[in-house]
Design a protein around this ligand. Structure first.
Ligand code: NI
Length: 167
């Protein structure tokens, strides 16, 4: 078992954040190496109070992200999100309706949160860590988190989608 350590988070300005990440080959999905990386990503995310972390943010340009949110008593609009491992995700459907809400990003430490436009609802296809293809539909805050992390795997950042319209 790997000793758990907080991984350094790649900060804005590092060109890896602007790359299209490589797909994870099927043969690597159930490897011990990927399993350890996922474990370290969840640990790192918990330590820094994040709700999502994408592999480029820890210096790996691969299509892997982790998401989890326990919920918060002051934010009933932000539904808890179970621990999810996203491998090679694709947004296969998205609502026309966009919604604007506040977002931050672990790769912009110290930066202010900004109003960001996102699809209100999305359908995502991805592989889980057992190599099973999953299809899931998300709405609201959960859909926002998934869009933010999937963007990271495409080299897109939240500052690219800033809204000028107060919602
Ligand atoms: Ni981010």
């Amino acid at each position: 078992m790997t000793d758990l350590e907080v991984l350094p988070i790649t900060q804005y300005g590092n060109s890896i954040l602007r790359l299209q990440s490589q797909s994870v080959p099927y043969s690597r999905i159930q490897s011990a190496d990927l399993g350890e990386l996922v474990q370290l990503m969840f640990y790192t995310m918990e330590q820094v109070d994040g709700v999502g972390l994408a592999a480029p943010q820890i210096g790996k340009s691969i299509q892997l992200a982790v998401i989890a949110f326990e919920g918060h008593h002051t934010r009933p609009d932000m539904m808890p999100i179970p621990k999810t491992i996203l491998i090679n995700p694709r947004i296969v459907d998205a609502s026309d309706e966009l919604v604007s809400d506040w977002e931050g990003c672990l790769s912009f430490s110290g930066a202010t949160r900004r109003l960001v436009n996102r699809h209100k609802g999305i359908t995502v296809e991805y592989m889980n860590d057992r190599g099973n293809l999953q299809t899931a539909e998300y709405h609201g805050f959960t859909a926002r988190v998934f869009q933010h992390e999937i963007d990271h795997l495409m080299g897109m950042l939240y500052i690219d989608r800033i809204s000028n319209e107060p919602s």
